[in-house]
Design a binder for this molecule. Sequence first.
Ligand code: GLY
Ligand code: MN
Length: 464
Amino acid sequence: MFDKSVYIARRKVLASKISSGVVLMLGNSEAGCNYTDNTYVFRQDSTFLYYFGLDKPDLAAVIDIDSGEEIIFGDDVDIDDIIWMGPQPFLKDEAAEVGVGKTAPLAKLEDYIKEAAAKGRKVHFIPQYRYHNMIQLNRMLGIPFEDMKKAPSLELILAVVSQRLIKEPCEIEEIEKACDLGYAMHYTAMKMMKPGMVEQELVGVMEGVCLSGGYMTSFATILSQHGETLHNHKHDGILTPGKLCVIDAGAEIASHYASDFTRTLPVGGKFTQKQKDVYTIVATANQYALENARPGITYKDVHLGASKIILQGLANLGLVHGDIEEMTAAGVQGLFMPHGLGHNMGLDVHDMENLGENYVGYGPGQERAKQLGLGSLRMARMLEPGQVITDEPGIYFIPALIEKWKKEGTNAQYVDFARLESYYDFGGIRLEDDILITEKGARLLGRKRLPIGVEQVEEEMKDN
Ligand code: GLY
Ligand code: MN
């Protein structure tokens, strides 16, 4: 938790951005995994954490915009809880640590909200992703479940997004720590990876490194020799010399800030020439984004610049041919990189994604493209100092997608489908770093950068 002045200042800014009414923030509750008492690891809601800091279940908070009153709703433990959980601090003392002077039992929340609504006051809340909280909203405000998606307050969403997008120095410090832990996860895998191991063995070790130094992984680990499947969570492959293994994983530390890195490693420690050729294109695109991301340029333009590097590289390999600008406009890069260059990162690995990707990643006047790849770009905004984003270009050879384009004649004038057939068993390559937009440009987050150059990676893996 940060000093209480951080939370007080954040709430003051938030309140100044909302015209009137009551802001309602729902924390998360425990969620049963396979039965009620066997719960998933508890994860507080990130927006609740951002404004109210308290990291435990069954809390809610309100900010009365008109009177300035702030209340945290929750219950103190009783003797039964103490028997099972040990003594717990009083809510009023915890609330004081985040600068909130008033608390009330959770059961009072419903009356409070119903009363505000009955007076015709606007109750602002953000989109919910937990059914428990949707049920609460349904009970308190009578919102039908089918209307839950359109009920949140756009005014609140935009206010929260504008604040959380720009990271404070204390947040950047935490993200750096998450990056250092992410580095340790990946570096361990790079050193341990040996032919004959099952992918899951590496996943287990990486996640162990994460858990021993942090809270949990920042998302489900992706580790696969089928890197052409973008989010492959199947880890039953046996590591086979000559294959590429995509490892996309990150750490969430105790303060809940995240990291997210991807490296693509040659099983056995040596890239083939064919792999080197494609790998070098992706590494060049990654470096391009790092060097070109800066205030005053949109990340959409950086995405398009990286796409041109990818197309030029593929043209050099004879896999596409044509004018690079024309091919970029036609979206040929989507065949090889059907995802965006990156996303915001902070308390969520895809920061604030639940508030609505377009509100988070797209600024006024920016419209999301429909094209394959560009349409998946989560962060297209004008860059500003303090934004934390990922830089994650990739090249993938997805046989089903290539076959589809071939059959439908999509961009057939640019793509050498016959030559692509020899890449059907290639897999994919993604290289991801986390970057901070500074006053003049961008810098990598984390004390050390994971090895990324071909020689660097081979040197690190020479004993594997
Ligand atoms: N690293 C996983 C993702 O960005 O979706
Ligand atoms: Mn990512």
